[in-house]
Design a protein around this ligand. Structure first.
Ligand code: GLN
Length: 487
């Protein structure tokens, strides 16, 4: 019973149904596991154990009355510290919000609660989701469960590490330029960024509003599909939320994958790609060929402009979104201020960390009069070209396969003093956000040093079912999803 934390959702639901165990027993197993490994991982900023057990009890009670709410009922879901959960702290891993308590639920949290999910803890991240290693947190660094000296990726490092380490069954994170897919790849789990507009952003603290999306983390593709089904809804409170028919992503996985044309962008396999990552991803692609899918080389010619364009658009939006943290409306307020201006600048100076300040300065600069046309406007034009590259590619192929990251997990401290090299770790994930497309990362192998490698599957807008199907087929024909870090 003690290793219930290892199971996937379908196994847990079966166990609940045939009364082999209860949701309270599952939650106890998850808590016990967390207590034993969290000292080494630091995936959580907060955990409310009492509340988690109460939620589990409520799920058991529903089930005993035949009122189960569906596949997520009684399943713990870890929450990135950037999503509002009523009456819980919401800090974005920043000193700026150190005593802030959320007065309401984000829409995606409301959806999870309506599915009976147990809202489990606040997961560590880079401050305000800015970073690729979870080193920019005011609450300490999170370790990679596969090698404690390595970073777990970021910004949703706590979401990925907690799933990999068995401290939760599944979790949610957010992805603005790769923050779900990159940590998923580096921690050996599945992570998905859905199509822009599919999941409401209401109650998600905004970093770059035209790029941010919420999405699932799990140890199997099917669990991500189940979580996605609960997260998706049309929400009038988010003006970019789209009205779509509800899809059953998990059911699609039960039927065999149809024969597909898969595109391999040549720009993603050139210089700067770690040779081991290249070999592992290339052999995963070869596996699809052996299954009868056709593999074609494609070109996404504006790929090299993605990182600079992203760091103009994302920082511009961040500088405007983060203007609200002024020492007046939210938690941190400087005690050292003689007048209003000093109150603003001291509160911001004390509350924000170095990377957040760097982004605000960059973003303010590219939006300032005189530079707006040269940077921001131009970046928007290039963004259209990048989107166009994908449109052309999808005339030819059903999905695109790439490495998720250029290297496996790197050592703590290795890039923290070199922002440019840190920014380059998102080189393969950023274009997907700029184009608003869905993409996921699925584990496809391990390096000689036992570090996981992820493959990115990119789909057409609303092609979630396709990319889940593609990843699921690989997963079930290999055993990587059963590998666990020794902790
Ligand atoms: N690592 C990228 C950044 O620092 C992406 C972050 C994200 O997706 N939230 O901006």
């Amino acid at each position: 019973m003690s290793d219930l934390y290892q199971l996937e959702i379908s196994q847990l639901q079966k166990g609940f149904a045939d009364k082999s165990f209860t949701s309270v027993e599952l939650m106890r197993s998850v808590i016990e596991r967390t207590e034993s490994v969290e000292g080494r991982i630091n995936a959580f900023i907060d955990r409310d154990i009492e509340s988690a057990l109460q939620q589990a009890e409520a799920a058991d009670e529903r089930r005993s009355k035949g009122q189960s709410l569906g596949p997520l009922d009684g399943i713990p879901v870890g929450i990135k510290d950037i999503l509002a959960v009523k009456d819980q702290p919401l800090r974005c891993a920043s000193k700026m919000l150190d005593s802030y308590i959320s007065p309401y639920d984000a829409t995606c949290i409301e959806n999870l609660k309506n599915s009976g999910a147990i809202i489990w803890g606040r997961l560590n991240m880079d401050e305000f989701a800015m970073g690729s290693s979870t080193e920019n947190s005011a609450y300490g660094v999170t370790a990679n469960p596969w090698n404690l000296d390595c970073i777990p990726g970021g910004s949703s490092g706590g979401s990925a590490a907690s799933v990999a380490a068995g401290e939760t069954i599944v979790s949610i994170g957010t992805d603005t330029g790769g923050s779900i897919r990159q940590p998923a790849a580096l921690c050996g789990v599945v992570g998905m960024k859905p199509t822009y507009g599919l999941i409401s952003r209401y109650g998600l603290v905004a970093f770059a509003s035209s790029l941010d999306q919420v999405g699932p983390f799990s140890r199997t593709v099917k669990d991500s599909a189940l979580l996605l089904e609960s997260l998706v809804s049309h929400d009038p409170k988010d003006s970019t939320s789209l009205k779509r028919e509800k899809e059953s992503y998990s059911q699609v996985l039960d039927s065999p994958l149809r024969k597909l044309t898969l595109g391999i962008p040549k720009e993603f396999f050139s210089e700067g790609l770690d040779p081991e990552v290249k070999e592992i991803v290339t052999s995963a692609i070869e596996w699809y060929r052996t299954q009868g899918h056709s593999i074609v080389e494609i070109s996404l010619p504006h790929s090299e402009l993605c990182v600079p364009v992203y760091y103009i658009i994302a920082t511009a939006e961040a500088s405007s979104n983060l203007a609200r943290f002024d020492g007046v409306r939210y938690s941190h307020r400087s005690k050292e201020a003689e007048n209003m201006l000093e109150l603003f600048s001291n509160s911001r100076g004390e509350g924000f960390g170095a990377e957040v300040k760097r982004r605000i300065m960059l973003g303010t600069y590219v939006l300032s009069s005189g530079y707006y046309d040269a940077y921001y406007l131009r970046a928007q034009k290039v963004r259209s070209l990048i989107r166009g590259d994908f449109e052309q590619a999808f005339d030819q192929v059903d999905a695109i396969l790439t490495p998720t990251t250029p290297t496996p997990a790197f050592n703590r401290g290795e890039k923290s003093d070199d922002p440019l090299s840190m920014y380059l770790s998102d080189i393969f994930t950023i274009s997907v956000n700029l184009a608003g497309l869905p993409a996921l990362s699925v584990p496809v192998g391990f390096t000689k040093n036992q570090l996981p490698v992820g493959m990115q599957v990119i789909g057409r807008a609303f092609g979630e079912a396709d990319i889940l199907g593609i990843a699921h087929a690989f997963e079930r024909s290999h055993s990587y999803y059963q590998m666990r870090p020794s902790l």
